[in-house]
Design a protein around this ligand. Sequence first.
Ligand code: ZN
Ligand code: MN
Length: 477
Amino acid sequence: MKYEPIIGLEVHLQPKTKSKMFCGCDADYFGKQPNTHTCPVCLGLPGALPVPNEEALDKCVKLALALNCKINKESKFDRKNYFYPDLPKGYQISQYDLPLGYEGFVEIDIDGDSRRIRLTRIHIEEDTGKSLHEGDLTLLDFNKSGMPLLEIVTEPDFVDEIEVEQFAKRLRQIVRYLDISDADMEKGQMRFELNMSVRETGSKELPDYKVEVKNIGSISVLQKVIAFEFKRQTELLEKGEKPAQETRGLKDMTGETLSQRVKEDSEDYRYFPEPDIPPITYSDEKIEEIKTTIGELPNEKKHRFIDQYNLEPSAAETLVATKRKADWFEDSIKDISDKALIAEIAKWYVGDVIGLLKADKKSLSSLKFPPADLAKLVSLVKEGKLTGTLGKQVLAKMYKTGDKPDDIVAAEGLEVVDDESELKAIAQKVIDENPKVVADISKNPNAIKFLLGQIMKETRGKANPKTAEKILESLFA
Ligand code: ZN
Ligand code: MN
């Protein structure tokens, strides 16, 4: 029998804000002394009153709109009651029946085809503190307590871990484009919860159980968990057993999971409206205003690049990986209308410039030359004033020093040798020095290539290869 997984995701995303969700505490808490970013509100002291952070709310609406969601113009906060040592109030302020956004989708590319992953909802809530275990002791740090979180919930639309990976990466890319969050997983700014079950392939019904895996902090671990759970659940089904409806946690980073608690069908969180916060309203005008701040999203940009600049989809994908990368490219071709030249600049940018940065583990901001200089360099090559090989040498120099391509070419005497009489003399010298090859010329198809190579050597790579080849051919015609 064949089995297939059914996968849904919950993503917790920390938006970039100045202060926490319901108090004025500085949100820049990461790596700071424990319990230094706290106040009565985020410590959950009795009588403290929460005041919602407008910046976080607007970012949630912005993300919801960018992910094609509808907006609840009348929304509210609710209390989700559960006990946890790092949740001092005994409840989390979240959103229950009226999330800010609902019914959206994210488009992912699978083998060149685009596919929609439906989103059930996006809501806003507060984060908990952090427990640190030291021997028999549990220490609590409330710096993270009350940090804003955006929770994005998908429908169970994923069929494998590749789709999940594409989704997670696309989502991360979008929130970075929107400057909503850095989505730095090493700082816990983007976390995943997996909902997964397995059924016989071909069955249309949703299984009557679901396994939840909490607190997954990286995309690669997420993929490993999916592989582990698929195997584990399939093995149970093959034995005729139904996997338990339960919450599982990570055993380690290998993707192996352990049972944490077996759940009832629906956990009773005794949700009720948060009495200390008035309802949230968004007017049509305000929603329109937020819409105007979204700008071009990566997928749109990619398709525009393909159409406008005649780029290959894979090149366009690399170019739009980050907004900064895409902007740099567009800066470099600002004054250029020649499509072939633009495609060539894109090639140099994606293959060489980004390659140099990658090898050095550096970012675009550390590049020493401006975008226009890359265009200048590629034009020199395209116009035949510089050979491709020497062009790469010039680029390496530009990368190191930030010098102008023209200046490097002049200083190092790299201009192409294109003068026919000069090349003819060199060709004759090469012919005289290689009588054996010349004698062989009618039988050996590689002889001309060899002689051409010798001319390049004589000129230290500066001969225009086309002219040199033409001269050689005329000499043997
Ligand atoms: Zn606080
Ligand atoms: Mn949540």
